[in-house]
Design a binder for this molecule. Sequence first.
Ligand code: GDP
Length: 194
Amino acid sequence: LPIQSAEFVTSAVAPEGYPAGDQPEVAFAGRSNVGKSSLINCLLGRKKLVRTSRTPGRTQTLNFFRINDRFLFVDLPGYGYAKVPQKIREQWGPMIEKYLTGRKQLTGVVQIMDLRHPPTTDDLLLWNWLKEIGIPALAVLTKADKVPRGKRAKHLRDAVQRLGIPSREPVIFSAVTREGWQELWERLMPWIGY
Ligand code: GDP
């Protein structure tokens, strides 16, 4: 998909701060450090549009980006990082819940997990909850370059078994080799009106 423009719109912690308009929106979720910022930057072909490795402990926000003036990406704060102070962790749930259940423009959630490790308890909580509330969710297994070819099948099998989905469903991705770039865009197209 040709990216003509990609720009940061705003950060928000509550619905009053979400950008106005009715363009379709895709949200990206994942454990802290899973490679979410790298994946979004890689998709958009922008090196540092989304800042990576944010210091844990800072106030967490939803970050909105507008692409090609016609759809939005939302970078959701990472979850499951033990060093994040309790107070900030307690804000994550309600903030995310409000966004996911209340945002009309949201057409789907990309949930990023690590191909090297089976989905964590936190991953499964979010995944199952998305299914429960009926939000389309796409599993992306990233850092694929770190898994030797011969071990791919086993890692994929473990992941889909835990997620309860067929093995053709997840997109296998690497921000380093750009493996999966094309497939991921193709899977996103119906969500962003292409
Ligand atoms: P975030 O906290 O989920 O936004 O994660 P980042 O995008 O900041 O990535 C966390 C770390 O993983 C960084 O050191 C990245 O360079 C590294 N990383 C991210 N994606 C990949 C990938 O596909 N392959 C490899 N080998 N490293 C990656």
